[in-house]
Design a protein around this ligand. Sequence first.
Ligand code: PXP
Length: 241
Amino acid sequence: MKRIRLGVNIDHVATVRNARGESYPSPLRAAILAEKNGADSVTIHLREDRRHINEFDLKKIIKKLMIPLNLEIAATKEMLKIASRSKPPFICIVPEKRKEITTEGGLNLNHNKNFLRELIKKLKKNKSRISLFIEPSLNDLETAKKLNADCVEIHTGKLCNLINKKKNYKNELKRIKKAVQKGNNLGLEVHAGHGLTYTSARILSKIKGIQEFNIGHFLVGESIFEGMPLTIRKFKRILKS
Ligand code: PXP
């Protein structure tokens, strides 16, 4: 029986809080609730513009959480400083554009190669597990290995869009399958994330070799209707079957 780990991304609990400038709903409370209900890790993305999670959330969550915290950061000097101070067990390096609604694509590994190599080296000194958020590209997988990343997270946004729009997703699924195999052959741990719903998580979980899913927007949205404990349990069932 396969068992894929579930990382619960709680950024959008902070989005709701920030919409009113109040102190609730509390991302820390969401992180602890996720932990109690079977999440294997909790993910937060500290954006340059702090549109959801902020440093205060990071400090509180890292102090209280027993399961690993996965901190998503852009490849910048500011984020290197923050991550070096907080030393989260997991770090995922993501691309970031100020005006995007969400992380729109994977990292451009060629553009950032030297800075990324140094960043990974420095972050690994704190024993953080380093993942790179990439497109399902065989070249990027080879580059990720050369950069000494521990893991890659494959951007599943395009696949999820096609599934949501009931379009033909077979080619994109094949592309992801090949990327997962390549990652496994290179000795990288392979994760998947972005845009996942019950349907897309079920389809992707059939691919052998993905060790972790990171899910946020849909999970937080479903939690409004069904509650977070039940929503997490549903995802866990999908990732086990
Ligand atoms: N993984 C990474 C690297 C991300 O940047 C995001 C979105 O911020 C997610 C997973 C979660 O995506 P979603 O919120 O669409 O589930």
